[in-house]
Design a binder for this molecule. Structure first.
Ligand SMILES: Nc1ncnc2c1ncn2[C@@H]1O[C@H](COP(=O)(O)OP(=O)(O)OP(=O)(O)O)[C@@H](O)[C@H]1O
Ligand SMILES: [Mg+2]
Length: 235
């Protein structure tokens, strides 16, 4: 483990505005977020606040807010998000060593919107490779050292087989002492045994299991009988 708990103090001048008004951020302010396993998945509906949380966690740890690895922390001129500015950590011993020195800090922030730019900067997305191939190259070459790896919907670019490969890299990182925090809508990724699943939504944040997830239930039903869903949206 790298970080054991994240917490934050509200910006008192903007309490009613984003991001402080999101239920998940209110929970973070009230109770913090404890990391119970080396791999944590953040799941929830569109707009529930997964990216807001993932970005703030990455920024708070000192990863480049444009997305990218620890090597690129000086390259970002993008200011931190309001939550990223105010997030703090209770770190495990390895995490404390990393946070005590820039050169010891290891990790990677894979942000969905800027992933391709970030990967190109690191030499992983030349014109000759596809979107998904660029992602896979980064996982193979950058997800090596124990550190904090924050990902925002990495499945967006990946085929079924590539998602499975990613899961193998995530598992390996966790076994080497790294930590992964991943926002996702993927029933495949969230099935990783031993992973902690935090469901983000109107209720705030709560722990869940793979079997209880609405997204898993919907996919199961859809694959069994697509028509049961399609009749509601198609004429
Ligand atoms: N920079 C911003 N300024 C103001 N509001 C924002 C900003 N970024 C996100 N929001 C709002 O915060 C809410 C949560 O957004 P966020 O991107 O964290 O959701 P999400 O759970 O990642 O959704 P998705 O599954 O669609 O990626 C949304 O209502 C969004 O409009
Ligand atoms: Mg998002």
């Amino acid at each position: 483990m790298i970080i054991e708990r994240a917490y934050a103090a509200v910006d008192p001048h903007h309490e009613d505005a984003w991001p402080w008004d999101l239920p998940c951020v209110r929970d973070l302010l009230a109770d913090g977020l404890r990391f119970a396993a080396p791999v944590t998945f953040l799941v929830g509906e569109n707009g529930s606040g997964k990216s807001t949380l993932a970005e703030a966690l990455a920024e708070g740890f000192g990863l480049d807010s444009w997305g990218g690895s620890h090597d690129w922390r000086y390259a970002a001129h993008r200011p931190k998000s309001p939550l990223g500015e105010r997030i703090r950590f209770e770190a495990a011993p390895r995490g404390r060593r990393m946070m005590g020195s820039w050169s010891a800090r290891k990790g990677f922030f894979l942000r969905a919107e800027t992933a391709l730019d970030a990967l190109a900067r690191e030499g992983f997305a030349p014109d000759s490779v596809s979107h998904g191939e660029g992602f896979l190259a980064a996982f193979r070459h950058k997800f090596l050292q124990p550190g904090l790896y924050v990902m925002d919907e990495p499945e967006a670019a990946l085929s079924f087989g590539s998602c499975l490969e990613l899961l193998g890299h995530i598992d390996e990182l966790a076994k080497k002492g790294g930590q992964v925090i991943c926002a996702t809508h993927s029933p495949l990724l969230t099935a990783l045994p031993g992973a902690d699943i935090v469901e983000v939504g109107e209720h705030g944040m709560r722990r869940s299991t793979w079997d209880e997830l609405a997204l898993v239930d919907h996919w199961r039903r859809y694959l069994t009988d697509p028509q049961a869903y399609l009749r509601h949206v198609l004429d």
